[in-house]
Design a protein around this ligand. Structure first.
Ligand SMILES: [Zn+2]
Length: 242
């Protein structure tokens, strides 16, 4: 099992780790711990580098396989062996914009639920842009302008985010969590990671986020679309620098 360092410290950019498994056929290694986000929940996987001795391998892909997180090494150089120590570096130029974007999605979720009672049905993101679908019958241009103003007010409000890892029963006792997709958690999962924007949004979530909403910077709603009678899609964009 790989210990997921980003789950408790999303600002961790470098780490040392031991190789626990080697897969020659895909040129990948699993580590005892990692700060690389493997992708999921709409957030793309991290990229970065692993250094072993004099060799620096580019990591373009990270993937979960039976509880281990494999890091696919681009260079043709021979792989480190089980037990070897490697040094990992996350491509912060990619990750930090993803953390800001991911947090912007939570702000949007929280605002749309608070102000209109509409639930999220899906979403996707890339660095500095994302989209979210809501169960929202009537969406007009004025409403979108209103939503844009409200989400930017939450950025300006400098709300702190917190991450907690709770026992399953404890998480299920939180009313705000029940309205999200926590009910879909597989039986076997005993711990639930809960991400909260103080006073605005609470979700069971495995992704990486910034520590305060002000780090997101200005958010623009660039478009909205009807995806059927009930579902409406909202598109967001962030600025290069907060
Ligand atoms: Zn999240």
């Amino acid at each position: 099992m790989t210990a997921l360092l980003y789950q408790t410290d999303s600002y961790l950019k470098q780490f040392d780790a031991s190789v626990t498994r080697v897969d020659e056929s895909t040129h990948a290694v699993a580590l005892d711990q990692s700060a690389f986000y493997p992708g999921g929940g709409g957030q793309p996987n991290d990229r970065g580098w692993l250094t072993y001795g004099d060799v620096e391998y580019a990591v373009e892909k990270v993937k979960r396989q039976e509880g281990d997180y494999f890091h696919f090494l681009e260079q043709d150089a021979s792989l480190p062996a089980v037990g070897d120590t490697v040094h990992g570096r996350v491509d912060w130029g990619l990750r930090y914009p993803l953390m800001r974007t991911h947090t912007a999605m939570h702000i949007l979720c929280g605002v749309v639920f608070r102000d209109y009672g509409a639930q999220v049905t899906g979403g996707d993101m890339d660095a500095l842009k994302g989209r979210m679908d809501f169960e929202f019958e009537n969406m007009r241009a004025e409403l979108v302008t209103e939503i844009e103003a409200a989400i930017n007010a939450e950025v300006a409000a400098s709300r702190d985010l917190s991450v907690r890892i709770l026992a399953r029963e404890e998480a299920f006792a939180i009313p705000d969590l029940i309205r999200t997709k926590i009910n879909l958690l597989p039986e076997g999962i005993q711990q639930v990671r809960v991400v909260e924007i103080q006073g605005l949004d609470l979700q069971a979530d495995g992704g990486t986020h910034v520590a305060n909403t002000r780090e997101v910077g200005p958010i623009r709603v660039t478009d909205y679309k009807s995806k059927g009678a009930i579902n409406k899609r909202i598109y967001l964009e962030l600025e290069e620098k907060a």
